[in-house]
Design a protein around this ligand. Structure first.
Ligand SMILES: Cc1cc2nc3c(=O)[nH]c(=O)nc-3n(C[C@H](O)[C@H](O)[C@H](O)COP(=O)(O)OP(=O)(O)OC[C@H]3O[C@@H](n4cnc5c(N)ncnc54)[C@H](O)[C@@H]3O)c2cc1C
Length: 375
């Protein structure tokens, strides 16, 4: 331990990956400078789910109390059909006492990370778009989708459109409810959960062959969202009636980068492995990456060896998580006989063998980045 003291490190991007890395590295004594193109870390984006595998990292970074103040506790996930009838329940938190699942607005998480990183001594420069990669003893690309550092290491990438488009919206939360609720219909599904502070998050996905751009700042007419989910029942119509602003984004599949690092450059988070949102692990994987990268740099004196170790530790796990998210995309959208069989099977499993259903994703949530044998 201790190889980070007084090391100069430049990070591109002050999203979840860049800020978590900045905080973790600064806490170990590195001199960190972060360049962010946005003029302010604004209220764009909506909800994120933070499961215990990332919660362990945030706790080790000293953020649990700050996060508790600005997030809502999640009890787990309930699956419904499109009429609102319950198909299966996964009370994930009861299964893991003392290990919080959190719902949080992305802007609140970014704020907590930014304040802590600055307090730990990181220099965060806003309005600082990087157009040419700077010379730095270590350059960390946390620059998200369309990462320049990824391109420098791997060349251009052509993601493919999955044929799915997602809307996200925030509405006032009148009835706090500690579950993420998924409503599944043929070719479409809608996920909703509370965010605390009187807000509820909605994400609605449909299969649609026409093109929607990939990105976080495209707006759409709420009438399009309401029309696409007009046949849904339960609480969905009431929620959709309250939507007055909606963002839309096309879901693209990206290859995981083949090269994550060279001797003095490395990438993490969405810059390496953007994921579809169906396991709610995008921000969580970025947080795990930031911790493991920090540990490798702190424990392994030789920088190229540390960076190679980071990729070796992370690549198999993120590949498995991304595969699980891709599989959920199919499962949520079943139609016809497959839907009947799928939902009947889930109902039976939920009643007769709830442990089996609950345990399906233990490997995601019970993973402890702090216990990883880095060196
Ligand atoms: C504005 C925004 C809103 C989002 N909203 C949601 C949401 O509602 N729900 C959800 O599940 N996920 C959302 N995400 C994605 C989610 O935050 C990420 O999937 C996950 O947290 C991994 O984060 P990341 O830090 O790797 O990438 P990102 O969160 O994309 O962060 C990358 C950062 O790098 C900056 N950057 C990129 N290029 C440059 C450059 N050349 N120079 C300087 N800075 C640069 C970007 O401005 C951004 O701040 C959003 C992302 C963004 C950027």
């Amino acid at each position: 331990m201790g190889h980070l003291t007084n090391r100069d490190i430049t990070i591109i991007g002050a999203g979840v990956a860049g800020l978590t890395a900045a905080l973790a590295l600064a806490q170990r004594g590195a001199r960190v400078q972060v360049h962010e193109r946005a003029g302010a870390l604004r209220e764009v984006g909506a909800g994120l789910q933070i499961s215990p595998n990332a919660g362990r990292v945030l706790d080790a970074l000293g953020l649990s109390a700050a996060l508790d103040a600005v997030s809502a506790r999640s009890e787990g996930v309930v699956l419904h059909d499109s009429h609102g009838r319950q198909v299966a329940a996964m009370p994930l938190a009861a299964h893991r006492p003392g290990q919080p699942f959190r719902f949080i607005h992305r802007a609140r998480l970014v704020e907590v990370l930014e304040q802590a990183a600055r307090a730990a001594g990181a220099d965060i420069i806003l309005n600082a778009e990087v157009t040419e990669l700077p010379e730095s003893p270590l350059l960390i690309g946390a620059d998200g989708l369309h990462s320049r550092v990824r391109s420098a290491l791997n060349g251009a990438e052509t993601p493919f459109f999955t044929g799915q488009t997602a809307w996200r919206a925030l509405i006032p939360d009148t009835a706090p409810d500690p579950f993420a609720r998924v409503f599944m219909g043929p070719g479409r599904h809608l996920v909703s959960y509370p965010l605390g502070a009187g807000l509820r998050n909605l994400v609605a996905v449909i299969e649609r062959p026409d093109w929607t751009a990939e990105g976080w700042s495209h707006e759409d007419d709420p009438a399009h969202l309401r029309a696409a989910f007009a046949r849904f029942g339960g609480p969905v119509p009431g929620w959709l009636a309250q939507v007055d602003r909606v963002g839309v984004w096309g879901l693209f599949r990206h290859q995981i980068a083949a090269r994550w690092q060279d001797d003095r450059r490395v990438i993490l988070g969405d810059a390496v492995h953007p994921t579809l949102p169906f396991m709610a692990q995008g921000a969580v994987m970025a947080i795990e990456d930031a911790w493991i990268l920090t540990e490798c740099l702190d424990r392994i004196a030789d920088q190229p060896a540390a960076l190679a170790r980071y990729q070796a530790l992370r690549a198999p796990r993120v590949a498995r998580v991304i595969q699980a998210a891709n599989a959920n995309a199919r499962n949520y959208h079943l139609s016809g006989p497959a839907r009947l069989i799928g939902h009947t099977g889930l109902r039976a499993m939920s009643k007769l063998a709830p442990g089996a259903l609950l345990g399906k994703f233990d490997w995601i949530y019970d993973y402890d980045p702090l216990a990883e044998k880095v060196a």
